[in-house]
Write a protein that binds this ligand. Structure first.
Ligand SMILES: [Zn+2]
Length: 408
C-alpha cells in the first residue's frame, strides 16, 4: 500500500519496496519512483445553494403550449411579459397538442415562433408530454404509449428546437424538466421519466416553497408549485406568496395556463411579473436549469481540488463525472463561494476549460448588476470571499479557476 506522509511542507510518497532510511535505494529503482510534491493547503470552496448566492429563487412555468392558435398567441404574450421583467419562463410544450382539443399539434410555423422566443432569451422549454393524457384518454391508447408521451415528447422538442446553450453538452441537447399532464403521476410514469433522463417532474400541488424532494425509488426530483396565476387568485394574494418566499430566502414557483388566461381584460399576470421581476438579489431560472443546478449541488457534488494555494495566486480544479453529463447535460453555471486571504485587497478571476485551453479572464459583476445564468464572478467585499459562477465546459468535464491577488 502506498503511504502519504507530510514532512516540513513537502509531501512524501512512500512506495512499497523503497527504503527512505539510511540504506541506499535499490539501484533498479529510478528516481522518478520517489515522488515529492509540495503540500497544498486546501482552499475553502463551497457550492452556493442558489446561483450567485442570491437571496431567493423564482421559477415560472406555463402549461399547455399546443397547436391551438389562441393558446399559441397567449404563450407568446407570456414569454414577452416575463422577458420584460427578467423572469425566465419554462413553457410546458405539447408537440401533438391537447388530445381533448382534437390534437391540434404544433405546426412548423409555430415551432419557428417558439424558436424565436428561445432566441430572444429567457425561455427554457419543458415537456408537458406528447398529447396530454391521463384523464379521459390514457397513456397507452389511440396511437400513443408511455414511451411516446414521455421519451417521444422530449425527442420531438429537441428535434424541433435549438435549446439554450445551458441545455447543450458536446453537440447534444438535454432537456430535463417534465410538467405532469393534469398534475398526475404514477409508478409507470415516474419510471419512464427516469429511464428517459428527466431530472424533475412537477405536479399541481400548491404551497411548495422549497427545493423539491428527491424520490429515491425512481431517482428524480418530484416538485410541487407555490401558486398558479389563475382567475381565482388575486394580485394581492400572488404578491404576498412571493413576499413570503423572498423574505424567507426560499423558492417561489409560480405557474400559469396562458391559453386559459384573459390577456385582454386581466392585467394581474403582467402586474405580478412586474412585482416579482428585475430584482438583483433574486435568481431567475428555467425550471430545468434550476434543477440541473440543484442536482449538482445536492447530489452530484462536483469534485473540488486545490491545485495551488500561494500568497498571490489560488488555483482550483472542478470536475464532474462524464456519466452525469451524458444523462442530464448539466451545463448551467454553478456558483462556488471561494474564500480569499484577508490581505488581498482585490481579486481577478480567470477560468480554463479542460487543460488544453488558455486561462481567460472572467466577467466581473457587482450586486448592482442584473444578471442570471452566465459565467461571472462577484466579490463579497465584507466577507473576503468571491462568488464564482461557471458552467461545465461543452467539451470537457472539468475546468480550472485561477484567482489572482489584484495588483500582482
Ligand atoms: Zn396541462
Amino acid at each position: 500500500m502506498t503511504k502519504l506522509s507530510a514532512i516540513g511542507g513537502f509531501l512524501l510518497l512512500l512506495i512499497p519496496g523503497i527504503s527512505c532510511g539510511s540504506q541506499p535505494l535499490h539501484k533498479n529503482i529510478s528516481e522518478e519512483s520517489l515522488v515529492i510534491k509540495e503540500i497544498v493547503q486546501p482552499v475553502s470552496v463551497e457550492i452556493a445553494q442558489y446561483y450567485d448566492s442570491r437571496k431567493a429563487v423564482v421559477i415560472f412555468t406555463a402549461d399547455d403550449w399546443c397547436g391551438k392558435e389562441a393558446y399559441h398567441q397567449a404563450f407568446i404574450n407570456a414569454c414577452e411579459a416575463a422577458r420584460k421583467n427578467g423572469v425566465v419562463v419554462s413553457p410546458g410544450i405539447l408537440p401533438r397538442g391537447l388530445c381533448k382539443l382534437n390534437y391540434p399539434g404544433l405546426e412548423n410555423n409555430q415551432w419557428k415562433d417558439i424558436q424565436a422566443q428561445i432566441n430572444k432569451g429567457l425561455v427554457c422549454p419543458a415537456s408537458h408530454s406528447m398529447s396530454h393524457r391521463g384523464k379521459k384518454y390514457s397513456y397507452n391508447e389511440h396511437g400513443t404509449s408511455y414511451e411516446i408521451e414521455i421519451g417521444g415528447s422530449k425527442k420531438s422538442i429537441i428535434d424541433n428546437l435549438t435549446l439554450p446553450l445551458q441545455n447543450q453538452f458536446n453537440s447534444s441537447e438535454y432537456m430535463v424538466a417534465w410538467i405532469e399532464p393534469y398534475g398526475k403521476s404514477d409508478a409507470k410514469i415516474l419510471s419512464t421519466l427516469a429511464k428517459n433522463n428527466y431530472l424533475v417532474s412537477r405536479s399541481t400541488v400548491l404551497n411548495q416553497y422549497r427545493w423539491a424532494k428527491w424520490n429515491n425509488i425512481y431517482g428524480l426530483y418530484h416538485s410541487d408549485l407555490t401558486i398558479d396565476i389563475a382567475s381565482r387568485n388575486s394580485l394581492a394574494l400572488l404578491d404576498s406568496k412571493f413576499d413570503n418566499a423572498y423574505s424567507r430566502g426560499l423558492v417561489y414557483h409560480v405557474n400559469i395556463h396562458p391559453g386559459k388566461y384573459d390577456w385582454v381584460n386581466d392585467d394581474k399576470a403582467v402586474k405580478h411579473l412586474g412585482y416579482i421581476g428585475n430584482r438583483k438579489d433574486v435568481w431567475y431560472a428555467g425550471f430545468g436549469h434550476a434543477y440541473m443546478y440543484h442536482y449538482l449541488e445536492d447530489k452530484v457534488k462536483p469534485l473540488i481540488q486545490t491545485i495551488k494555494n500561494a500568497e498571490q495566486e489560488i488555483i482550483v480544479k472542478i470536475s464532474v463525472p462524464e456519466t452525469e453529463r451524458k444523462k442530464y447535460g448539466l451545463s448551467y453555471p454553478i456558483t462556488y463561494k471561494v474564500s480569499i486571504p484577508s490581505n488581498w485587497q482585490g481579486v481577478h478571476v480567470y477560468s480554463q476549460d479542460g487543460s488544453d485551453n488558455d486561462y481567460m479572464p472572467m466577467t466581473e459583476k457587482t450586486s448592482s448588476d442584473f444578471f442570471n445564468g452566465i459565467d461571472a464572478y462577484r466579490k463579497n467585499s465584507t466577507q473576503n470571499e468571491v462568488f464564482i459562477s461557471k458552467g461545465f465546459p461543452q467539451t470537457s468535464n472539468y475546468f480550472h479557476l485561477k484567482l489572482e491577488k489584484a495588483g500582482f
